[in-house]
Design a binder for this molecule. Structure first.
Ligand SMILES: [Mn+2]
Length: 264
């Protein structure tokens, strides 16, 4: 029996990807699919891409791949695309074959035998996949009250507004627990911030179960440490407070839990 293993944002956390694959007993007949943001922020971008390549994994393009590729494409032109030091470190660690792999990543992958569509960030409900803007597919987080795409963590989740028919498995919006909607599942659980790396595991022909049973097909492994600290910024004047989780508090909880296990 072959399975499809769809893995959340790895962000260069190669050891955790290995942990997850060994946890699910990844075998030769299994198919690996990554939801994008394979690299940047974490410690081992080359190892992640090399592993993906060696396992024949398919993957969609995330916003971090988008930035890397725009930077590479615009080098030496009149208007080079600017990247920060964290992205630059990844760019310098990637080898020519890694770049080839990243350049070939599509914006979405359909897995018709599972009724699943994989995108990095999300879709604007009611628009055909071919008509979606690439920007939305890679950067969307929520919707305005008028259903316009928003790249911030707003009040309205696109995933809960989305009515199918394909079940969308996505990453990008890191949360301590997977995001479970009727027709979508978010599996970025913030491994690079010290959270967990999560996968959806589907057996041959299986479709994601209804929300109340969704966790049955989800597995995860903990981060070995927090590799990147996301500063929780105070809100700008007149703006609501950021809804991104406080990963430092979550990481402390994991630490406390493991200390307690050691003590008992
Ligand atoms: Mn992302």
């Amino acid at each position: 029996m072959s399975r499809t293993i769809i893995v959340g944002d790895v962000h260069g956390c190669a050891r955790e990807l290995e942990d997850l694959l060994s946890y699910v007993g990844f075998g030769k007949r299994d198919k690996l699919v990554l939801v994008g943001d394979l690299v940047v922020r974490g410690p081992k971008p080359h190892d992640v891409v090399a592993l993906a390549r060696s396992l024949g994994a398919s993957a969609v393009r995330g916003n971090h791949e988008d930035r890397l590729l725009r930077w590479k494409k615009s080098r030496g032109t009149a208007e080079p695309y600017k990247i920060g030091s964290v992205t630059r470190r990844t760019a310098e660690a990637l080898k020519p074959r890694d770049w080839e792999y990243l350049e070939a990543l599509p914006l979405w992958i359909d897995l018709p035998l599972h009724g699943v569509r994989v995108v990095h960030a999300g879709v604007v409900p009611g628009i055909a996949i071919q008509e979606q803007s690439p920007r939305s597919l890679m950067y969307l987080r929520s919707l305005t009250p008028e259903s316009e795409p928003l790249e911030l963590r707003g009040d309205r989740s696109w995933a809960h507004a989305y009515g199918g028919p394909e079940h969308i498995v996505f990453g990008h919006n890191a949360l301590p627990e997977p995001e479970i909607a009727e027709h979508a599942t978010g599996i970025d659980t913030g491994v690079v911030y010290g959270g967990r790396l999560t996968a959806m595991v589907l057996i041959e022909g299986e479709r994601p179960p209804p929300p109340e049973q969704r966790t049955r097909v989800l597995v995860s492994v903990p981060a070995r440490r927090a590799y990147f600290v996301k500063q929780k910024r105070p809100p700008a004047p007149g703006q609501p407070e950021s809804r991104s989780p406080d990963w430092s508090a979550i990481e402390n909880e994991y630490r406390r839990a493991s200390l307690m296990r050691r003590a008992s």
